[in-house]
Design a protein around this ligand. Structure first.
Ligand code: ATP
Length: 491
């Protein structure tokens, strides 16, 4: 048992006062330890700890006192009756479109329509593509706290951003999305059920948790569907824990529940700033990013940890900004004969390679990154103009071809066997390694052409903060040296 720091003592005392609370806990600052201290301080009350994923919930079940029920949001929502439908074999968008008979939903006779794209060419909307967009739309709605599926839930696709393409897309996608949800609600429906679907059904039913205290972990990236359920538990004391500076999933619709707890419950905001993961050198690097993104938090490094910042030849982990960057590193390391693991597995990369292969062969793809493009040449042209992460991906595929990429994805090993772990910074959330290198695909923002200002989007800055705080002993952040040239940040 460790002695609580003054900040931890403050959190336990404020809990004891019966207040709803927000705990802003920096990277490695003992938020789980603090929640356990809170649970142990009050063994008479039943608590529910809501974890970010299943492995964290399972770990917590082993280490929290038995008065605490440790579950994910999905675990709370799950009901046996969904079991069989969840285990059906995988269903492609094409199979789903046929099963739902979307041509009759849309009353299409003859060819499916085409819609204009930003690059001037029309995009034929096959049944498979309409179905994929409809399922993505339902998924986004399921993450929200909205009660109706509307056009604002349709994802943004590269190449289909103008008003007219969006309206035409909505005319095709919304009727199918509504039909899909109707089917999912039906006991013997034809579409496969996902975990997000039954979570939404549960949320719409207005559940009341049988608990005295709710502890929400990693609250900075919570889907609105879950935070709305937890905020509505007026009978319980509600505590949200996380780090607003580590919010990195807003692009997927997650929002900062810490801010919501402050706004909607008037919860006081306490801070845990003593990191136990790394020493002062890495804490200084973390603080550089916190300052850059105007975050109020500053970390104190743990004097007992010997840590340093500088070049590292043999990192345990390399953290990348993009899937393509990660794939490039995987290919390099495999060519050098090293055993490599990729956090989250090779599935994302394979799907990208298959989608590229389809376009190269003149077939349409429903992959969201390439959905709007009729051919590989069109992707190339767009990537060249956009000059962002898509360009890295296109170059990687053009340089290596899809076959070597697919076989590299099949040559990955487990993290236990690996000499090198490669991860995107997003997938590195909650993880740590002794020696970490940040990959060069974390690129400096380009100076604004008119003002010359180097403007960093805040979410990019938060991602860099997450990446640098994964290191325990040595951090090689040479690739992020451009932080010193940032002159402004966007919201
Ligand atoms: N008061 C303390 N004194 C010494 N060590 C502590 C104290 N509080 C927490 N720790 C240690 O700090 C380490 C990190 O704690 P914990 O796992 O709770 O951090 P965390 O904030 O949940 O991490 P993450 O940032 O990954 O979410 C653990 O080894 C824990 O025992």
């Amino acid at each position: 048992m460790v002695n609580p720091t003054p900040e931890q003592t403050d959190a336990i005392d404020s809990y004891g006062d019966g207040l709803d609370l927000v705990l802003q806990a920096g990277a490695g600052c003992g938020k789980s330890a603090t929640l356990k201290m809170i649970a142990r301080s009050d063994p008479r009350r039943r608590m529910t700890y809501v974890a970010y994923n299943r492995s964290i919930a399972a770990d917590a079940s082993r280490s929290f006192p038995s008065t605490v029920l440790c579950k994910t949001g999905h675990g709370l929502a799950f009901d046996q009756r969904y079991g069989a439908r969840l285990q059906r074999p995988r269903q492609t968008a094409h199979e789903a479109a046929q099963a739902l008979d979307i041509r009759s939903v849309l009353k299409i006779i003859g060819a499916t329509p085409a819609i204009p794209t930003d690059l001037g060419f029309p995009k034929p909307m096959t049944s498979k593509i309409i179905m994929r967009c409809a399922l993505d739309t339902v998924a986004r709605w399921c993450h929200s706290s909205d009660t109706e599926i509307t056009a604002r839930h349709i994802p943004h696709y590269d190449g289909l951003t103008g008003k007219e393409p969006r309206q035409q897309l909505a005319a095709l996608v919304l009727p199918v999305a509504h039909a899909a949800w109707g089917d999912l609600l039906t006991k013997d429906g034809v579409l496969n059920l996902s975990h997000d679907h039954y979570l939404k059904m549960w949320a719409l039913s207005g559940p009341r948790l049988d608990t005295d205290v709710v502890l929400l972990d990693e609250a900075q990236d919570t889907n609105d569907v879950l935070s709305a359920v937890l905020l509505a538990q007026d009978h319980a004391q509600r505590i949200a824990v996380g780090d607003s500076a580590q919010q990195i999933y807003s692009w997927r619709g997650a929002t900062d529940a810490l801010a919501k707890f402050v706004r909607e419950l008037g919860a006081p905001e306490l801070t845990l700033s003593q990191s136990f993961r790394f020493g002062p050198a890495i804490a200084a690097e973390a603080n550089l990013w916190l300052r850059t993104i105007d975050a109020p938090l500053r970390l104190t490094g743990y004097e007992a940890c010997d840590s340093s910042v500088g070049p590292v030849d043999t990192p345990d982990a390399i953290l990348c900004r993009t899937n393509s960057g990660a794939m490039g590193i995987v290919m390099e390391a495999l060519e050098a004969g090293r055993k490599v693991a990729l956090v989250g597995g090779g599935g994302d990369i394979k799907r990208l390679a298959w989608a590229a292969e389809a376009l190269q062969a003149g077939r349409p793809t429903d992959h969201p990154e390439f959905m709007a493009f009729p051919s590989w040449d069109a992707v190339r042209e767009y990537a060249h103009e956009e000059d962002g992460s898509l360009k890295v991906l296109v170059n990687l595929i053009d340089e290596h071809g899809t076959k070597p990429i697919l076989s590299a994805a099949d040559s990955l090993c487990s993290e236990q066997q690996a000499q090198l772990v490669v991860s995107t910074a997003h997938k590195a959330k909650g993880r740590e390694w002794p020696k970490v290198r940040i990959h060069s695909d974390f690129r400096a923002p380009k100076p604004d052409q008119k003002t010359g200002l180097v403007i960093l989007p805040k979410e990019e800055g938060r991602l860099a903060y997450v990446a640098v705080t994964r290191a325990r002993e040595v951090l090689d952040s040479t690739a992020l040296a451009w932080v010193h040239s940032v002159t402004a940040v966007t919201a």
